[in-house]
Design a binder for this molecule. Structure first.
Ligand code: SF4
Length: 70
């Protein structure tokens, strides 16, 4: 099963990093409107289904991986 809305925090518009291209080991606040009240700090390598692509990044970074075979 693929989840088209799931993506990594490092590529998400709500990841409060000042970096243009955040990395997986970076830690920052999640500013997603429904989650921000929890004052979450997340790593760039984390992710969730509220993901929205960060401005300036290519959508290929977070495409579903259903094409990969074992
Ligand atoms: S927790 Fe979800 S909404 Fe928040 S930065 Fe990470 S992917 Fe984006």
């Amino acid at each position: 099963m693929t989840d088209r809305n799931w993506g990594h925090c490092q590529h998400c518009r709500y990841f409060a990093s000042p970096a243009r291209i955040p990395v997986g080991s970076e830690e920052a606040r999640c500013l997603q409107p429904e989650l921000s009240r929890f004052e979450l700090k997340v790593f760039g390598s984390c992710g969730c289904r509220a993901f929205e692509l960060r401005a300036g990044l290519a959508k290929e970074l977070e495409e579903p991986i259903s094409h990969i075979t074992a």
